[in-house]
Write a protein that binds this ligand. Structure first.
Ligand SMILES: O=C(O)CCC(=O)C(=O)O
Ligand SMILES: [Fe+2]
Length: 345
């Protein structure tokens, strides 16, 4: 068992496990929105709702804390046509984590191989069709579902939230998909879920070590936490993780970075991981697919949602991503599944 460290008890976080669905939206209820799918995704689709205004509002701490809570419950939240600039995106990244209770030592992530562009700095990752980290390890003609991952799970202290703003889009294509880690857990049989709860898995960012070698880059260090240091981009995390904001159990292995379930034989590990990767990729009842428009923003919780880009276009596509660092992943044996906590049958 991987127990919750005392300082990270879910009871000191906003959004306790007993929160009712109508309370999840909190102070954001005043802005037009709808749920994209039953289990994942909420969209603030009216361009009069601007995150830049939330950041400056008198009750901005309440609004941003409620936004973090909403993202943690819904997996991903979309905002249409945003004027948020890079400085504000960085501010949002810092405040989402802090207001939802991440450790004092957690800051914005510096990607191991992010370029130090003078205009953007190392706290922003450029997500580009032209290359860079979004294309590292990408192979043409592999199954599109090969791309499912959660961001930077190879770090000792991985990410809580990612914020992606797309400023350049192809005329059609380049959608992104997200999948719910909560529903992925809830859709397993109770017996299989219990079996996974005792296990841990090795995550590796080897593709970025290779990328650094190929382009003669120095691995950035430290990367948003004093514990995210050095050039060994591997970490062991629980297979089922408790999200500290919601208190819900989530599946926490992903095709992009998870290599091995530590307690199983290599053959057992390969088969169980293959099953779980297919479980995420093939259950479109807990996925949402987002068709981007210019300057839209997606904010997701990497602790309990997976995502995958779609490489189906032949044009320039680019956005800026800010990733914040959360807490050391843990499994609280007393935590509930989402369906159990919300009373969803
Ligand atoms: O390009 C996309 O749609 C998503 C890329 C990605 O994985 C990310 O921004 O974390
Ligand atoms: Fe990603």
């Amino acid at each position: 068992m991987v127990a919750a460290p005392a300082s990270d008890s879910s009871s000191s976080r906003p959004g306790s496990p007993s929160v009712s669905p109508s309370k999840i939206i909190g102070s954001l209820a005043q802005f037009p929105h709808y749920d994209c799918e039953p289990h994942i995704g909420t969209h603030f689709d009216d361009p009069s709702t601007q995150i830049s205004a939330l950041l400056k509002a008198d009750n901005s701490d309440e609004l941003i804390r409620d936004l973090a809570t909403l993202v943690s419950h819904r997996g991903v939240v979309f905002f249409s046509s945003q004027d948020l600039n890079t400085e504000e995106q960085l501010e949002l990244g810092r405040r989402l984590g802090k207001l939802s209770g991440n450790p004092k030592t957690s800051d914005l992530h510096k990607h191991p191989v992010s370029e130090d562009t003078p205009e953007l700095g190392k706290d922003v990752s450029v997500i580009s069709s032209m290359g860079g980290i979004a294309k590292a390890g990408y192979v043409e003609k592999v199954r599109a579902s090969d791309g499912w991952h959660a961001d930077i799970t190879f770090e000792q202290i991985p990410s809580d939230y990612s914020i992606l703003k797309m400023h350049t889009l192809p005329p059609v294509g380049g959608d992104t998909l997200w999948a719910s880690g909560y529903e992925a857990y809830d859709k397993l049989s109770p017996a299989f879920g219990k079996f996974l709860e005792g296990l841990t898995a090795l995550h590796s960012g080897q593709i970025f070590t290779e990328y650094a070698k190929q382009f003669d880059l120095k691995i950035n260090d430290p990367r948003g936490s004093p514990e995210n240091t050095g050039t060994d981009l591997t970490a062991v995390h629980p297979v089922i993780r408790t999200n500290p904001v919601t208190g819900f159990k989530s599946l926490f292995v992903n095709k992009g970075f998870t290599k091995r379930i530590v307690e199983l034989t290599p053959d057992e590990s390969d088969d169980v991981l293959q099953y779980l990767f297919r479980h995420v990729a093939e259950n479109h009842d807990f996925q949402v697919r987002y068709r981007w428009k210019l300057n839209d923003i997606a904010i997701w919780d990497n602790r309990s949602a997976f995502h995958s880009a779609t490489h189906d276009y032949n044009a320039f596509r680019q956005g800026n991503r800010v990733v914040s660092i959360g807490e050391k992943p843990y499994f609280d044996p007393n935590s509930k599944s989402r369906r159990e906590a919300l009373g969803i049958l």
